[in-house]
Design a protein around this ligand. Structure first.
Ligand code: SF4
Length: 344
């Protein structure tokens, strides 16, 4: 049984109209494993397939260092407070370049250099320059790094980045030491310097309320990013936040669908982490292959543990009926970020 109210909201979302807070909350509040949950996931898939010509992308995460990070985002394995990585270590530059090139050769549509929050900025610029020199000029190169100023944003762009992934994470400033305003300022700096911005609602755990998910969805859709999406929190064992557990993929798929329906159609990308079939079935068209360090792993090289290869992610898309793009990311170059609204 599908309530008329839900049919109305789905039709409104399909027409491209923005849902307000109350309407978004009604979607997030639908119970799992119901006809209404299946209905909104089907609609989310329909919108995603339509706006992206049913074309998905594989992005590549290359984690370049490990070590305790004083930013102390409590969900992250690098948070000093979690005591997972006692020693700092950086992957040799030749190895970073080799892994980026391998991802590129294997068909990744964008390469992300991922560093912990306190990684030295000057060294980061050198690594970006070296990686850029060794990639095809049209390969999309992205940074997933610490907060930065406008001056630093220009330096990142000049070193060879096309964009950055950045998010106001759930309970930012409460379960991390980073103020929300600092995250927003970094997003503004990126856009002002001409760096494209990607974001999503993350890291979702079982304790997050409908109200929190709604506010995070609004920031993600209105911050000027080229894509949004949903990442569930991976529990780091024996940590305060890890003990709260995880949402299952069924819940994550429902949340993702509510986000898709709440987000403007110009945003053709919807991301999901970590890769699985449940996401693309509900409208996901960005997932990551991973190598090197990861804030979700306790091993220094996720390639040997939970990281997926490009081929594996492509296979997951095939299972869910998506075509996969050949060549540089269209989502990163989509210009959807020009549709910034009032929030950031
Ligand atoms: S998420 Fe980033 S900034 Fe936060 S603790 Fe982990 S590495 Fe540091």
């Amino acid at each position: 049984m599908i309530r008329r109210e839900i049919v109305y909201l789905v039709d409104k979302a399909k027409s491209g109209e923005f849902l307000d807070r109350e309407e978004m909350a009604a979607l997030f509040d639908i119970a799992p494993f119901t006809a209404e949950s299946a209905y909104i996931q089907h609609a989310a898939r329909e919108i995603s397939s339509k706006v992206s010509s049913n074309t998905a992308e594989v992005h590549a995460h290359v984690g370049i260092n490990v070590g305790p990070c004083v930013r102390n985002c409590k969900w992250c394995s690098f948070a000093a407070v979690n005591k997972v990585f006692a020693q700092a270590g950086v992957m040799p530059i030749e190895e970073i370049v080799r892994r980026c090139r391998k991802m590129e050769q294997n068909g990744a549509n964008a390469i992300y250099l991922v560093a912990t929050g306190t990684f030295p900025f000057g060294r980061l610029l050198e690594i970006i320059q070296e990686v850029r020199r060794n990639l095809s000029p049209d390969t999309v190169l992205i940074g997933n790094i610490d907060d930065f100023t406008l001056k630093e944003a220009y330096a990142l762009r000049d070193a060879g980045l096309n964009g950055v992934y950045h998010a106001v994470r759930l309970r930012e400033g409460i379960e991390s030491s980073i103020p929300v305003e600092k995250r927003l300022a970094t997003m503004r700096a990126a856009r002002e310097a001409g760096l494209a911005l990607g974001t999503c609602v993350e890291p979702v755990g079982p304790e997050h309320t409908t109200g929190e998910l709604v506010e995070a969805t609004i920031i993600a859709r209105e911050c000027g990013a080229v894509y949004s999406g949903c990442m569930r929190r991976i529990a780091v064992p024996d940590t305060e936040v890890g003990k709260r557990g995880m949402i299952n993929e069924a819940r994550q798929a429902h949340i993702l669908a509510a986000i898709r329906l709440s987000t403007q159609h110009e945003m053709i990308g919807m991301c999901w982490h970590e890769p699985s079939v449940a996401g693309p079935l509900a409208g996901v068209n960005i997932m990551w292959a991973e190598t090197g360090s990861s804030p979700r792993d306790t091993h220094e090289d996720c390639e040997r543990t939970r990281g997926r290869t490009v081929a594996e992610v492509r296979r997951i898309y095939w299972e869910a009926g998506w075509k996969v793009l050949d060549g540089p990311s269209l989502i990163w170059k989509s210009g959807a970020g020009k549709l910034q609204r009032k929030v950031v």
